[in-house]
Write a protein that binds this ligand. Structure first.
Ligand SMILES: *Cc1c(COP(=O)(O)O)cnc(C)c1O
Length: 226
């Protein structure tokens, strides 16, 4: 059987190869290991193999895992975020990839200010305008360009998207172009693009992803959906 350490090494090689193919420095793409549905022991194994960034999509599932593991890990929240979970998420997570509305960004900013924190965030964009998915529409995002620089208690790194599986590359490119437009319209520096999962991270890297969120290609298939 292939060990988790071997899968992690293989994944890192594929990321590096995708960077080289795109003429990019391998250091420009981070690996977020998405550990949702997997136990703390799996995270500990990945940590032993050198992985430090982990992603979780449910606060209640993540809290006991985070508490059980050493403090040298960085946790990123990638799931739907309800207001009543914001304080707890801010306590445990350094970064939130799933900020899906201006209202949520403003609420996070307020609570982060109260808690004396300044989390990193990505704005999630529904780049293909899919009915079934949340996130800012491209128009909402550009309309928020004036308000976003006023949020002093969050560090907006850039955009996150989960495009349709067919033609993903085109939507990764569209996400990057939207980032460029938001950057110009807001005056913010937005270096980050959280794009790419197990099935499409190489295409995401080709279009400028700076952090790929990979679960099943590292930990195996999830026994229940999230
Ligand atoms: C589960 C999840 C991932 C990882 O998906 P895989 O296909 O297992 O790599 C990435 N991003 C988000 C937002 C997720 O919920």
């Amino acid at each position: 059987m292939v060990s988790l350490a071997e899968r992690l090494a293989g994944l890192r090689e594929r990321i590096t190869a995708a960077c080289m193919a795109a003429g990019r420095a391998a250091a420009g793409v981070e690996l977020l290991a998405v550990s949702k549905t997997f136990p703390a022991s799996a995270v500990a194994e990945a940590r032993e193999a050198g992985q430090r960034l982990f992603g979780e999509s449910r606060q209640q599932e993540a809290a006991p895992k985070i508490a059980a593991l050493p403090r040298d890990l960085e946790w990123h929240f990638i799931g739907g975020l309800q207001r009543n979970k914001v304080r707890k998420v801010l306590a445990d997570f350094a970064c939130i990839h799933s900020v899906d509305s201006l209202r949520l960004a403003e609420y996070l900013d307020r609570v982060a200010g109260e808690e004396g924190k300044r989390p990193k965030i990505y704005l999630e964009v529904n780049v293909a305008g899919e009915e079934s998915k949340g996130g800012f529409t491209p128009a909402e995002l550009l309309a928020a360009a004036e308000q976003l620089p006023g949020l002093a208690h969050v560090e907006i790194l850039g955009l996150m998207s989960i495009p349709p599986e067919d033609d993903a590359r085109r939507w990764f490119a569209a996400t990057r172009e939207l980032r460029d437009r938001l950057q110009a319209a807001s005056g913010l520096s937005l270096p980050g693009l959280s794009m790419g999962m197990s099935g499409d991270f190489e295409q995401a890297i080709a279009e400028g992803s700076t952090i790929v969120r990979v679960g099943s290609a590292l930990f195996g298939n999830r026994s229940y959906p999230v």
